[in-house]
Design a protein around this ligand. Structure first.
Ligand code: F0G
Length: 448
């Protein structure tokens, strides 16, 4: 069956709803400028009757598409032929039940699960999205690509671009990127452009550059990327024996993940593959809390797609007037104009979601807690546990509800934040190194 019969692009604005073939490449609706979604004619897709059917593919891990933790679920993102699919073995991630952190937070010990997306090839969840977007890029014959990034997108783009022979340029804000991530972009051979500005400035420039030079854009404005990120939710459900958790907790930056997760659950429910949709908590840093402010204080809602654009425009005009630039130690989510805002509002609607912001101190303590009892993560990822603490205290999440926190990036992405936290005794879990003379007896005394 021709792929164009199965999937198409559609503008999310209900007053527009323009549709486009998947073989076209654009990152905004050419008619009204709103965001685009990938939609499926599900009756034409051979979707298994139960999610458990996907689990059988574990037996075929010598086949590249069955090995991929994204393409293992390929019928749920059926927008390109198999021969276009680009995979480097992404999505081999672990859902870890973490009793120690649960107990520390006062939860029932078997109720907390951590989804380690840092175990992806480039060390972050981005690879789930890039495998999908690069497959689309291959389908449309793109030769060069670009992205703006707080770091992880650039690392992932650089890795995938290299593996499929695309030229790649990444835009980062000067001094705004963790060293682990910058080192990856350079090592994987990306042309790295440091702009004197923050992520939002880079995001604006990259869109203009892509239009001007005809480059393929890989930010989460790209709707194909979000299709890949849906699979993080499928793997959480898989990790729970094909059951849905009560809550998903995710950090909020450019709001691609939260948007993708909401779409994943809406589709699974409509397909009858799950019987209920979990609730979702999206956690900002207080220094970059646009979503929290707009939703909790300005009461911005999805409203069936009729989002009150004036609230958003006034908010951004005020940021501009104040020369506001976001600041948080969780540099991955240091974003004040999230491009997927509207899709995120839709996800909040689908998942009866809540949003909140946590301080840098809370993020650093939570990160050290995860490091001590789990596999570790970068600061933005730890915003989940910091947020969970608040939601438990407020009674929004009950102690016996099953919660899955998405740990989006690897601990080694941002060693500076970790080393400073411990060496400078910044928090509750600081574990600084002890100075010792080069003398056996003195060393033994110290260890005793
Ligand atoms: N966690 C990490 C580790 C990230 O790198 C990002 C985003 C987020 C959370 C936020 O996810 O945008 O889906 O809400 N990083 C992007 C980048 C912006 O350029 O690497 P989101």
């Amino acid at each position: 069956m021709a792929q164009s019969d199965v999937a198409y692009q559609r503008c999310i604005n209900p007053d527009c709803g323009a549709q486009f073939d998947c073989r076209e490449s654009m990152f905004k609706c050419p008619k009204c400028g709103d965001l685009l979604d990938i939609q499926y004619n599900w009756e034409k897709v051979p979707v298994p009757k139960t999610l458990g059917e996907f689990g059988k593919r574990w037996a075929n891990r010598n086949r590249r598409l069955d090995l991929s933790g994204v393409w293992r679920f390929r019928e749920l993102l059926d927008f390109c032929p198999d021969e276009s699919k680009i995979t480097i073995g992404e999505g081999q991630t672990i859902l870890q039940q973490n009793c120690a952190i649960a107990e520390h937070l006062g939860m029932k010990p078997d109720c907390l699960f951590l989804e380690y997306e840092g175990l992806n090839p480039s060390g972050s969840f981005k690879d789930n999205g890039m495998t999908a977007a690069f497959s689309h890029a291959a389908m449309v014959g793109a030769k060069s690509c670009a992205c703006a990034s707080t770091g992880n997108t650039s690392a992932s783009v650089a890795l995938y671009a290299h593996s499929c022979g695309l030229r790649c340029t990444v835009f980062i804000g000067t001094g705004r990127i963790a060293f682990g991530k910058l080192s990856q972009a350079m090592d994987y051979g990306a042309q790295t452009v440091q702009i004197h500005g923050d992520f939002d400035d880079c995001m604006r420039q990259v869109q203009a550059v892509c239009v001007e030079l005809g480059l393929y854009l890989l930010n989460s404005l790209n709707p194909f990327r979000l299709e890949g990120q849906k699979t993080i939710m499928y793997r959480i459900i898989e990790g729970l024996g094909w059951q849905v958790p009560d809550w998903i907790v995710v950090p909020g930056g450019n709001l691609g993940n939260s948007s993708a997760f909401g779409k994943a659950f809406a589709e699974l429910k409509a397909l009858g593959l799950i019987d209920r949709v979990p609730r979702m908590a999206i956690v900002n840093a207080t220094g970059a809390d646009t979503l929290t402010d707009l939703v909790n204080n300005k009461k911005l809602v999805w409203n069936g797609g009729h989002v009150d654009q004036k609230i958003i425009d006034d908010y951004y005009a005020d940021l501009t007037a104040r020369h506001f630039s976001p600041h948080t130690c969780a540099s991955a989510i240091e974003i004040s104009r999230p491009v997927n805002l509207k899709k995120c509002l839709r996800a909040i609607d689908v998942c009866n979601g809540v949003v909140l912001a946590v301080t840098d101190e809370e993020i650093c303590d939570a990160k050290a807690l995860i490091g001590k009892h789990g596999l570790g993560c970068e600061p933005a990822s730890a915003a989940t546990i910091a947020g969970l603490k608040h939601l438990l205290a407020a009674g929004t999440i009950a102690k016996d509800e099953r919660v899955a926190c998405v740990l989006t990036g690897h601990a080694l992405k941002d060693p500076n934040v970790t080393v400073n936290y411990h060496k400078e005794r910044q928090g509750e879990f600081s574990n600084p190194p002890i100075e010792a003379p080069n003398d056996l007896q003195e060393i033994i005394k110290l260890i005793r």
